[in-house]
Design a protein. Structure first.
Length: 178
């Protein structure tokens, strides 16, 4: 059910197995995919069987879910990451902590040496952050800047942001599909 005064851009997708409800006066922008719980569960069950991919739910120390980030499309010693979404009201540092988590897992647990990813050109704060994190712009499309990172700059970023994770990084519930 979509209420009155809901605005979306042309690149919003809605998938549901049973029902999605969008309240009045909603403004949905960027490239957003809205899903209901049933569709999300089915997608995650399918995703769990994709070799080399990982989907993370970032939580605070109390177990409150703050957002998601995923690692996918492994190619030789590189991976792509995306679906980097934090909920409204999450601490400002939680997005950086989630990114450190995915890189920690990719470099230390899986042995990758580099990553590649796209950032919307309009998302200036994120592409500027990623350039400071060690991302090197490799190409662009009409909508996106594409980046690559290497191991050494990412390790330098771990040192730079170590104050955010004084107790280190914990990744729980790991299921590795061969």
């Amino acid at each position: 059910d979509i209420a009155d005064h809901v605005l979306t851009n042309a690149r919003v997708s809605i998938y549901c197995a049973k029902q999605i409800v969008i309240g009045r006066d909603a403004l949905i922008s960027w490239d957003v995919t809205l899903v209901d719980n049933d569709f999300q569960v089915a997608w995650l069950e399918h995703y769990a069987h994709k070799p080399g991919d990982a989907y993370f739910v970032a939580e605070d120390k109390t177990g409150e879910r703050l957002g998601t980030i995923r690692l996918y499309d492994p190619v030789e010693d590189s991976f792509c990451f995306g679906s980097w979404v934090m909920k409204a009201g999450a601490p400002a540092t939680s997005a950086v902590e989630a990114l450190l988590m995915v890189y920690h897992y990719a470099l230390d647990r899986l042995g990758f040496n580099r990553s590649y990813f796209a950032v919307r050109k309009a998302n200036r704060s994120v592409w500027r952050f990623m350039e400071n994190f060690g991302g090197v712009r490799t190409r662009e499309t009409e909508l996106d800047y594409w980046y690559e990172t290497q191991r050494a700059p990412v390790l330098a970023s771990f040192a730079r942001y170590a104050y955010l994770l004084p107790e280190g990084i914990k990744v729980q519930g790991i299921q590795v599909t061969p």
